[in-house]
Design a protein around this ligand. Sequence first.
Ligand SMILES: [Zn+2]
Length: 286
Amino acid sequence: MIGIIGGTSLGQALGALGGTTTTVETPYGLPSAPIAVTSVEGVEVALLPRHGVGHTTPPSAVNYRANLWALKKLGVTHVIATTAVGSLREEVHPGELVIPDQLIDRTHRRVGTYFDELAVHVEFSHPFCESMRTVFKASAASAGVTVHPRGTYVVMEGPAFSTRAESDLHRSWGADLIGMTALPEAKLAREAELCYAAVSLPTDYDCWRPHDGGREALLQEIRNNMAKATAAAMKLVRAALPQVAKLVGTPCYCQTALDDAVFTDPKAISPAVRARLELLLKRRLG
Ligand SMILES: [Zn+2]
């Protein structure tokens, strides 16, 4: 099954697709919302609005561990995440889409791992599933939307947007996008051996670029472009879904990420920890 985590605006658009909702318990509590299982483009999907029904949960408070765990528990192997972002590049226009390939972590008050009770160090040089990224890029033409094939995404804590100095700093690092949610989501997906890729929706130019109309113009720009970006993302997701479904069952690095990553001697892992993390560890440890 394919999971779709819908970000700002798209979470609501996905809700309109309906489906049978199920409340999934996890060791970390409940995910952002009950998960709706339905068929989209002939593919069985599990839909989860990242910010909850009615957009009640801000980025820092999202229960990322519960969200990924719940999808894995339902049998999801591939996760499509959508994220609203600001553009740090003139050529990445609001309303277009980006398939990010890199992340820079500027979050500081989120739990970013399932493995606090044993030493597990996953390889993370390429934080997104390359197989899924290839599918998204190839689906752009049939979706009829403009898709930028790569981008470095800075994940900030928020909830306030950047200062001008921060926005300039992120650009000087070579970053292309600024957002608040792709981490720790991508790290947790790798730890859970899920293929995970993002479709980013630039809604604005952040504050590095002068906005006509004063300081409130940035927020107006975000609101004005949200519907256009959401419509484009829905087109791309629909076009890509049947191709993503074809990846299910084919080997991918993401799905064996724990093979060399468990540094703790398995004999030293307590039965209680093993039982709690069984969903993640059973493939690797038996
Ligand atoms: Zn993968």
